[in-house]
Design a protein around this ligand. Structure first.
Ligand code: DGL
Length: 269
């Protein structure tokens, strides 16, 4: 991945994810910083990240960071829990001057919100297994019961635009079962793809369970770190690119976000 394709794009917030999930974070950024140029890269050719090694994710994250900066990014948002757990330290070490905002499962807000002391976390295998996640739990949820459930297969389906098939609903039901059995009252969506299927989680968990996601908090944090101009007029430049299918991304952006005219381009692999 090189930045030879440098095109005219103003200084911007660069956002990336393994694929389309981070668009949930981009939507929140758009709401909070409506005039700021946003550049998003979906690494869909390499999704899912959840079953990849730390080495692979570090290499990809560094390459994508380099590419986004070459395209004008002056702040980086790692809109992926998995890439954050595996690679944000390497990104910060490579570019100590660059403001970088990562995403972590909302264990802290969930711990503050739970009434019965039982929390569920739904995330990818790599996130659930990571040292960073274990540290997050011991820092903010010590003494609480935390049921962490890896959910392989969900990201793949969401990437294909499947947000409500019977097979997907069955997977969601299965992953929510241990959480229901443990009678958790608060559940963290620890993957940025999952907000797009939030209704399925609500159905599977029941209306008594509080669902916690982190997009708005991430956008607030990015807003605090952004030092460029921040016009309040909506409609700042927005560009989407993908290492996967341009058509799929354009369709997803139109269907899930109502972004019908946002340009989508192919990024180098
Ligand atoms: N959206 C990514 C996350 O937040 C999904 C990772 C994957 O591709 O498995 O972890």
């Amino acid at each position: 991945m090189t930045d030879e394709s440098r095109t005219e794009f103003p200084p911007s917030i660069g956002v990336f994810d393994s694929g389309l999930g981070g668009l949930s974070v981009l939507r929140a950024l758009r709401e909070q910083l409506p005039g700021v140029p946003l550049l998003y890269l979906a690494d869909s050719a390499h999704a899912p990240y959840g079953e990849r090694s730390t080495e692979f994710l570090t290499e990809r994250s560094l390459a994508i960071g380099q590419y986004l900066m070459g395209q004008g990014a002056r702040l980086l948002v790692v809109a992926c829990n998995t890439a954050t757990t595996q690679a944000v330290a390497a990104l910060r070490a490579r570019w100590p001057e660059l403001p970088i905002v990562g995403v972590e499962p909302g264990v802290k807000p969930a711990a503050a919100a739970t009434r019965n002391g039982r929390i569920g976390v739904l995330a990818t295998t790599a996130t659930v297994r990571s040292e960073r996640f274990k540290h997050l739990v011991s820092s903010y949820a010590a003494g609480l019961q935390v049921v962490a459930q890896a959910c392989p297969g969900l990201v793949e389906r969401i990437e294909q635009g499947d947000l409500n098939s019977p097979a997907l609903r069955e997977l969601v039901q299965g992953y929510c079962q241990p959480l229901r059995r443990a009678e958790v009252d608060t559940v963290v969506l620890g993957c940025t793809h999952y907000p797009f299927i939030r209704p399925l989680f609500e159905q599977a968990l029941g209306s008594q369970v509080l669902i916690v996601d982190t997009e708005a908090a991430i956008a607030r944090q990015a807003a605090r770190r952004w030092s460029g101009p921040a016009p309040e007029t909506p409609g700042g430049p927005l560009r989407l690119c993908t290492t996967g299918s341009v058509e799929l991304m354009a369709r997803f952006a139109a269907t899930c976000l109502g972004w019908h005219d946002v340009p989508v381009t192919l990024a180098p692999p």
